[in-house]
Design a protein around this ligand. Sequence first.
Ligand SMILES: [Zn+2]
Length: 132
Amino acid sequence: MKHKSMLVSILTLKCPRCRQGAFLEANPYKLSKMNKVREHCPKCGLKYHIEPSFYTGSMYVSYGVGVAVAVAVFVILAIFDLIDDPLIIFLAILGTLILTFPYIGAVSKSIWAHMFIKFDKDIAEKVKNGDL
Ligand SMILES: [Zn+2]
């Protein structure tokens, strides 16, 4: 049976072990519960909080993802030949980062969890077949 790739699991904010259960309590743009990680996976029961303050380290990932987004905006501006005015570059990067920061934070936590929790094919099969 085919399973989601790690990249799809990270981008769709799924459980790192079964790649099917929701990782966050709500959509990242729901600001009252912004980027709040669930206690357990609703599908396989994995405890998401391995240790206290586990997701603090995702700030390092968040920095890298933010820089990647800024570089991508700059490249897009360069393709459309809009890099004459530094103010336009600054405002475009700032605007994009403000609009995407909830998702960047969520994806960073997902990347962090996927770095430490391995995918388990047997559990994913059980979840898919409804045996778990
Ligand atoms: Zn799971």
